[in-house]
Write a protein that binds this ligand. Structure first.
Ligand SMILES: Nc1ncnc2c1ncn2[C@@H]1O[C@H](COP(=O)(O)OP(=O)(O)OP(=O)(O)O)[C@@H](O)[C@H]1O
Length: 249
């Protein structure tokens, strides 16, 4: 479930998110080692790395859910966090599920319903507000979950394995949908994924992490333009980058 809006450690003129030499241990086992990351406003950045290396721990630290052991963190905005297996509450309607972060913030019913209604057509869920999650397809539920995260914050979205549970056709549609959303909202997205093609398709930058303890092994900048993002996946430059990522992982 998305957390209530968090905004802390502000620093004038800095990147939207800065992590400096973050270290984290669980039960004396090092999980994060010397993690330094910068996220600029409007960027789409992916974190890719082996299973269990510490990716979700980075998100948990950025969102303030858990403290780092050492290192500095600066967040110049509010955060919406869509965690792995971010389930909608089955007993609540789509309207009530999506509006939940606003309810938690104490926004009155009329204002929150008006806000959600404004966004429902953008995520293709207009007319479904009175439905329950079980009455929607997997892709529609994912879009509702995304919108709920957006209601927590329109600045920064942390998406942890957002599409991992979807079948490949739905996943592919949702990736294109997310790119379209990103263009419309002009917000900042940080995505955790295991899928190299997904990272190459969606991102402006990719941080490739090592196995536990996670360190930044490589930063990849995807600054080349193709007529559309699907073409990007097929370009020889992207294939070379994929090889580079595979070598590091
Ligand atoms: N609260 C916790 N207490 C103890 N150990 C933890 C805790 N949270 C995470 N860990 C451990 O830290 C390591 C990193 O976990 P994390 O969930 O961050 O990895 P991940 O890269 O997101 O994994 P996956 O790709 O499988 O989702 C794992 O070994 C995990 O068991």
């Amino acid at each position: 479930m998305p957390l209530p809006t968090i905004s802390y450690h502000k620093k004038e003129g800095a990147s939207l998110i800065t992590l400096k030499n973050i270290e984290k241990n669980f039960n004396n086992i090092k999980v994060l080692k010397n993690i330094s990351i910068n996220i600029e406003k409007g960027e789409f950045v992916s974190l890719i790395g082996p299973s269990g290396c510490g990716k979700s721990t980075i998100f948990n630290i950025i969102s303030g859910l858990i403290p780092q052991d050492s290192g500095e963190i600066y967040v110049n905005g509010t955060i919406g966090y869509m965690q792995q297996k971010d389930l909608l509450l089955p007993w609540k309607t789509i309207m009530d599920n999506v509006a939940l972060p606003l309810t938690i913030k104490g926004v009155d019913k009329k204002t929150r319903e008006n806000k959600v209604k404004k966004y429902l057509p953008i995520v293709g869920l207009e007319g479904y507000e009175k439905n329950y999650p079980s009455q929607l397809s997997g892709g529609m539920r994912q879009r509702a979950s995304f919108l709920r995260t957006l209601m927590a914050s329109e600045d920064i979205m942390l998406l942890d394995e957002a599409f991992a549970s979807l079948d490949s056709i739905t996943k592919s549609k949702m990736q294109m949908w997310l790119l379209d959303m990103k263009n419309r909202l002009n917000n900042t997205i940080l995505l955790i994924t295991h899928d190299i093609d997904e990272a190459l398709l969606l991102s402006d930058r990719i941080y490739v992490l090592s196995s536990k303890p996670a360190t930044i092994k490589k930063e990849i900048i995807l600054d080349f333009n193709t007529a559309n993002k699907r073409e990007r996946i097929l370009s020889s430059k992207t294939l070379k980058l994929k090889e580079e990522i595979l070598k590091v992982l």
